[in-house]
Design a protein around this ligand. Structure first.
Ligand code: 2AM
Length: 179
C-alpha cells in the first residue's frame, strides 16, 4: 500500500521566512543547533504520520468542509524542548481561531486512526534541531507578525537525507473580523 508522511500546517510567507533566517543568524551562534532551511519554516497543526491515499482523500474532504476565521499570528515567544533538542518560535497568547483549527484537524485525524499525541497542541515553528541543553534563548524583545488566511496539507519527503515539505492542497480561512 502506497503511503505518504503527511501533516496539516501553516506555511509562512517567503518574506517572513527570510526575515526569520536573518534574525536567527544574529541571535543564535552556529553551535546552537541545526537550522531549519528557510523554505521549511512552517507551523504544524496536526501531524498525520504515514497515511494511505484513501485516508488522505477522506482527510482532505473533511478539511474542505472546515469553516473557520483567519487570524493574526503574533510570534513573540521562543523556547527550548530539551528532549527533541528543538528551539522554537511561538505565541505568548495564541489566537483562539488557531487553537480551534488545530484541535478540529487533530480530532478529525484521530477519528481516521492517525495517532495524536496526548499533550495539548502547542503552536510553534521549529527554528533549530539538535540544540544543546545549554542553548541560550534570545531576550523576548522580538515580535514577528503574519496574517493567516489559509491552511495546507503537506507531504514530508526526504531530500538528500533531510525532510523537505511539499504543499499538496490548501483551504481558505474566512476574513478575520477583528482585523
Ligand atoms: P516539529 O517541528 O516540532 O518537529 C513534519 O515532520 C512536521 O510534523 C514537523 O513540524 C514536526 O514537528 C511535526 N511532527 C513530526 N513528527 C511528529 C509527531 N510524532 N507528532 C507530532 N508532530 C510531529
Amino acid at each position: 500500500m502506497k503511503t505518504q508522511r503527511l501533516f496539516f500546517g501553516l506555511s509562512l510567507p517567503e518574506s517572513l521566512q527570510q526575515q526569520l533566517v536573518r534574525w536567527r543568524a544574529e541571535v543564535f551562534p552556529a553551535e546552537a543547533g541545526r537550522p531549519i532551511a528557510a523554505a521549511n519554516l512552517h507551523m504544524t497543526l496536526a501531524f498525520l504520520g504515514e497515511v494511505s491515499e484513501e485516508k488522505a482523500l477522506i482527510l482532505q474532504q473533511l478539511a474542505g468542509r472546515i469553516q473557520q476565521e483567519g487570524f493574526t499570528l503574533d510570534l513573540d515567544d521562543a523556547g527550548f524542548w530539551p528532549r527533541p533538542g528543538v528551539v522554537w518560535l511561538g505565541c505568548r497568547r495564541p489566537p483562539r481561531a488557531l487553537l480551534q483549527l488545530a484541535n478540529l484537524l487533530r480530532a478529525q485525524a484521530a477519528r481516521q486512526g492517525c495517532h495524536q499525541t496526548p499533550q495539548p497542541f502547542h503552536p510553534h515553528i521549529t527554528l533549530l534541531r539538535y540544540a544543546p541543553r545549554n542553548v541560550a534563548l534570545p531576550p523576548r524583545d522580538f515580535h514577528w507578525q503574519c496574517q493567516v488566511d489559509h491552511f495546507s496539507l503537506f507531504a514530508s519527503v526526504p531530500d538528500q537525507g533531510r525532510p523537505s515539505y511539499r504543499q499538496l492542497a490548501s483551504w481558505p480561512l474566512s476574513v478575520n473580523k477583528e482585523a
